[in-house]
Design a protein around this ligand. Structure first.
Ligand code: OSB
Ligand code: MG
Length: 377
C-alpha cells in the first residue's frame, strides 16, 4: 500500500459532564484526527487523543500536531507497506510521542482493514462480538455528587465503576477512603476499582492511605505511584489483597517486560494511545496473557474514531475485564461517527462492517475544526 494524501484535523468537542482527575479538570476536549488516503482513493481515519496539557503524559495536543505534521506523516507519505505492523518502522528514529504515533498508525489500520474487506476487530484477530464496558468517574465536588453519578451509570446498566482518587494535597483533603467507603456501602456487590493517575508519593503515609483501601473489595488499584516508580508499585502489590494495575507505567513492551519481572502489578490497562498504536497494544495483550496478567482497555475520552479502535482491540481474548469503552453519549452530545458507540446494559457491540465500522461525519469535524493541514506525497 502507498499513502498518497493525508489530512490532519484539530477538533474540539464540548464534554457533556466535566471531568476531574488527580491532576486537573476539563470541560471540553481537543483531539487531532488523521485521515490517510491511498493510491486507490480509499481512506482510513485515526485519532490522536492526547490530553491538551502535559499531565497524563508529556505529550500535549500542540506537540502532537508538530510531531505528526513534521515527522510522522512525512514518514508514511509515499512509503510502500504491506501491513500496519510496519508503521512503527516507518516512524524510524522518532522516540516516544506515543499518542501521535498511535493516531497515524490507527489510520493505517482502519485503511488496511477497509481495503481487506475486514472489520478492524477481525483484522486484529478479535474473537468477541460484544465487549463489556465500565465507566470512569472523575473527582466530584461532593460525595453526594459522586453517588449520583454512580447511580446514573449503574442504572443504565454499566457493571463496573472506576473512581478517580487523589491523596491530600497542599490545603486540600484527600479523595480516596471517603468515596470508596461511600460507594461500597451503597453498592456492596458492585465491581469497583480506583485510579490514582500516579498521584501518590512513595512515602509511609501514602502506603498507609492505599493500604486503608484494601478491605473494600476493590478489583484493583490503578497506577498508585508515579509512572517510573515500579519499585514501590511492586512493594504495594505484594502487601495488598487488591492487585495493582498499571497504566502510565507501561508505554512500551520493554516497560511491560520489566513490570512483569518485578511483579510491579498483576493487571494491565492497555491504552492504544499510550502504547503508540494497535500493533503495540496487541503485542502487549499477548505478552500479558502469557504472563497471566488479565488486561482491559483504558480510554482517553476518545471521540468516536479512537473509541471504535478501543472497542476493536477489546475484542481480543485476553481482555477479560470490563474496558473503558462507554457509550459516546457519556461524553459527547454529538459524536463524529455515525452510528455513535452505544451500550446496552453495559455491553457494546463490536462492529462487523469493513474498516472502522461507522461513517465518519466529516461535516461535524469541519464544523468543530480549529486547524486543518493537508499533505501530498
Ligand atoms: O487514567 O484512565 C486514565 C482519562 C484521561 C486521562 C487518564 C485516564 C482517563 C480515563 C478516561 O480514566 C476513561 C475513559 O475514556 O472513559
Ligand atoms: Mg488510568
Amino acid at each position: 500500500m502507498r499513502i498518497t494524501d493525508a489530512t490532519l484535523h484539530d477538533v474540539e468537542l464540548p464534554l457533556v459532564h466535566s471531568f476531574e482527575t488527580s491532576s486537573h479538570r476539563k470541560s471540553s476536549l481537543r483531539h487531532l484526527l488523521v485521515e490517510l488516503t491511498d493510491a486507490s482513493g480509499a481512506t482510513g481515519w485515526g485519532e490522536i487523543a492526547t490530553p491538551a496539557g502535559p499531565f497524563y503524559a508529556a505529550e500535549t495536543t500542540s506537540i502532537a500536531w508538530h510531531t505528526a505534521a513534521e515527522y510522522l506523516i512525512p514518514a508514511v507519505l509515499g512509503a510502500e507497506w504491506e501491513h500496519p505492523d510496519q508503521l512503527s518502522e516507518l516512524f524510524g528514529k522518532v522516540r516516544g510521542h506515543w499518542f501521535a504515533k498511535a493516531g497515524v498508525e490507527m489510520a493505517a489500520w482502519t485503511l488496511f482493514a477497509e481495503t481487506a474487506g475486514q472489520s478492524l476487530a477481525q483484522a486484529l484477530g478479535g474473537t468477541r462480538s460484544t465487549v463489556v464496558a465500565g465507566v470512569s468517574l472523575g473527582i466530584e465536588p461532593s460525595i453526594d455528587d459522586l453517588l449520583a453519578q454512580v447511580a446514573m451509570h449503574v442504572e443504565s446498566g454499566y457493571p463496573r465503576v472506576k473512581l478517580k482518587i487523589a491523596p491530600a494535597g497542599p490545603g486540600g483533603r484527600s479523595w480516596d477512603l471517603e468515596p470508596v467507603r461511600a460507594v461500597r456501602s451503597a453498592y456492596p456487590d458492585l465491581d469497583v476499582h480506583v485510579d490514582a493517575n500516579g498521584a501518590y508519593p512513595g512515602t509511609p503515609e501514602a502506603f498507609d492511605a492505599l493500604r486503608a483501601l484494601d478491605p473494600y473489595g476493590l478489583t484493583m488499584i490503578e497506577q498508585p505511584f508515579a509512572p517510573r516508580n515500579l519499585l514501590d508499585s511492586a512493594t504495594l502489590h505484594a502487601q495488598l489483597e487488591t492487585p495493582v494495575c498499571l497504566d502510565e507505567s507501561v508505554e512500551t513492551l520493554d516497560d511491560l517486560r520489566t513490570a512483569i519481572e518485578l511483579k510491579a502489578g498483576g493487571v494491565l490497562n492497555i491504552k492504544v494511545s499510550r502504547m503508540g498504536g494497535l500493533s503495540a497494544a496487541r503485542a502487549a495483550h499477548d505478552l500479558a496473557q502469557a504472563a497471566g496478567w488479565p488486561v482491559w482497555c483504558g480510554g482517553m475520552h476518545e471521540f468516536g474514531i479512537g473509541r471504535l479502535a478501543n472497542v476493536a482491540i477489546s475484542s481480543l481474548p485476553g481482555f477479560t475485564l470490563p474496558s473503558d469503552v462507554s457509550a459516546s453519549e457519556k461524553y459527547y452530545a454529538a459524536d463524529i461517527i455515525d452510528p455513535a458507540v452505544t451500550a446496552e446494559a453495559g455491553v457494546v457491540a463490536v462492529p462487523g462492517a469493513p474498516g472502522l465500522g461507522a461513517q465518519v461525519r466529516t461535516e461535524l469535524i469541519a464544523e468543530h475544526a480549529t486547524q486543518i493541514k493537508q499533505f501530498t506525497a
